[in-house]
Design a protein around this ligand. Sequence first.
Ligand code: SF4
Length: 296
Amino acid sequence: MSKKSNSKSAVEVLNQSGNIANAVLPAVSEMASPKPQTYISFSGGVESTTMCILYGKGNKAIWCDTGAEHDEMYERIDYCEKALKQIHDGDFEIIRLKANVKVKGQFVSSLTDAIMGWMFMPTQGRRWCTGKFKIEPIDIFLKEQGECELMIGLNADEESRAGNWGIMSNVKYKYPLQDDDITRDECEEILKQYNLQPDFPLYMNRGGCYMCIYKSVNEYKAMYLFDRKTFNKVKAIEEKVQDKRKKFFTISVNKYKMSEIQKLIESEIMNWGEDAVKSFYEKIEQKQACGAFCHR
Ligand code: SF4
């Protein structure tokens, strides 16, 4: 539930002018903070991109790359950085962080390398991926920054959603969208003005990593239809992990092997035709994300 108060948010004031397109531009410079040690937790999604527009000037966004991101995510990060630099007259940057995890005596920076090194997939019960490949690299970075602030993208509709925040004593955690009463809808409106709405494909609905355990069977079916190369990559990871452990671990939480998902979708294509099936899977909606750090 939104915590809208009597005080008007920046977006409400802008809306009252009847011309948000013209009104947003001056508001960006008004709302930007010049503090050099303020960081914005950036995921490329709706809220964090809005924060970069509104509060990014003079500040730095931090994005943690698990090494298992979809190609579309890398393109999105580059696109956003270029656009946000233009918006803020060059006074903005995205710092790309990566993990450095010791796996059987060797340091790896990619989640898939860790999975293959340990021969152990993250599961819902043992979701080590987020901790080691998202939270720890950000915490290590922040620890080295001394006293600093971190902006977290919870919007005014999300008062009760908890994130993985608040553990670093040198970091002051800030929730500027909530402080400024900016809702999800208002974030989307602002993004539209700057042509910065995320346009992720449907197989990226849940979870950033291409082999995320939180993707549904339908999302993996969509991946088969629209990004066959990545689907095959996920299937190969699953099969390799299985071979080593002599026990089958499905990547999908719904206990279907990737090869079974492939058979299901191929049978649908056979029955209904590829165009009809593609059109059906294009309508999948987001239901759950994998947590604040992985949330887009
Ligand atoms: S997106 Fe999925 S696989 Fe990646 S870190 Fe988050 S929970 Fe783990």
